[in-house]
Design a binder for this molecule. Structure first.
Ligand SMILES: C[S@@+](CC[C@H](N)C(=O)[O-])C[C@H]1O[C@@H](n2cnc3c(N)ncnc32)[C@H](O)[C@@H]1O
Length: 298
């Protein structure tokens, strides 16, 4: 009997130490993909680039999107401090009024082009190069240099003690961070309604605190398709890696509308958790992005 309790104790400890990224997928495929597992020391992070670099990339891209859409942002601009308004007005006048022309001609935002002009590449969803892996994410224009933020994992952010049972049934889009925070990146069913409702809850008049357009086929933040990145295999090595990024309090308020994550419960406090995907090597045009769903914390 004592031996039995001992055995159960060991198994429980092993299971708890395993910080799986995608719960159902990992449970079924762990034994097949041992070679692709990633190891992280307990209490450490596996960040490839610094938070400052992630911050700079996101601000650069979001400012470019904002500028292209600035004439539709009048109500929000009125609420901003004079210094911020002046910054956008100055940039606008030096950009030859392109944004104004876009708005007058009712040209929809081409966020892919904005991504390419600001970061030098485009990414798009398309059928995966792997058999029966559904949709994947590809570099469709340009080249992604090693160490670049190439995508974001959108979704509702749950603390480990918050209820996610119904949202998680048959849901392959639940991502687990190294500190056990969960992100539900499913753009369908109950997950979609939960995200929409939380995003409306947080909106203050014209001031949106997150982006809900990733739930549609045309996300205004072109990076917000990271939930469709497939797992690497023994034949296809990972070319991107997940990295947690907490949005700091000083993140520009007018750019929060492009953050594709919302906190499920206000009571949890703290910053909004984002997860970005960072290139592990140079990735060429036409290549599919592959991440590593398996992370072992020891
Ligand atoms: C987070 S989703 C990725 C997006 C998914 N491809 C889709 O079209 O919805 C995870 C699911 O993708 C599929 N998948 C991911 N990597 C795969 C691989 N290497 N081989 C086969 N299926 C894969 C599995 O069905 C898994 O549950």
């Amino acid at each position: 009997m004592r031996l039995w309790y001992c055995l159960v104790g060991v198994l429980r400890r092993k299971w708890r130490s395993y910080r799986y990224r995608f719960v159902p997928w990992v449970a079924l495929n762990l034994s097949r993909n041992r070679r692709t597992m990633r190891y992280v020391q307990e209490g450490c992070s596996d960040k490839i680039v610094s938070d400052a670099e992630v911050y700079a990339t996101l601000v650069k891209l979001f400012q470019a999107i904002f500028l292209q859409d600035v004439t539709r942002q009048c109500q929000l601009l009125c609420l901003l401090p004079e210094a911020t308004k002046a910054m956008y007005n100055t940039t606008l006048s030096t950009e030859n009024g392109q944004a104004e022309r876009n708005s007058q001609n009712q040209v929809p935002l081409n966020t892919g082009e904005i991504l390419q002009s600001s970061l030098g590449f485009c990414i798009d969803r398309a059928p995966s190069s792997l058999d029966s892996a559904g949709i994947g994410v590809f570099v469709s224009k340009g080249c992604v240099p090693k160490g670049s933020v190439v995508s974001m994992y959108p979704g509702t952010v749950y603390q480990k003690y918050e209820p996610i049972f119904f949202q998680s049934i048959g849901n392959p889009f639940i991502f687990r961070c190294l500190d056990s925070i969960l992100i539900d990146g499913n753009d369908k069913g109950i997950s979609k309604y939960v995200y929409r409702s939380c995003s409306k809850r947080d909106q203050l008049g014209p001031l949106k605190m997150c982006d809900a357009t990733w739930l549609t086929s045309f996300p205004q933040n072109p990076l917000a398709v990271g939930q469709y990145v497939n797992n690497c295999s023994n034949e296809q090595a990972a070319n991107v890696s997940y990295q947690e990024f907490d949005v700091p309090a000083h993140f520009p308020i007018e750019l929060r509308q492009y953050i594709p994550n919302v906190i499920y419960s206000h009571d949890s406090g703290g910053p909004v958790r984002c997860v970005v995907l960072v290139a592990l090597r140079d990735i060429n045009c036409g290549e599919e992005l592959f991440s590593n769903y398996f992370t072992l914390v020891h």
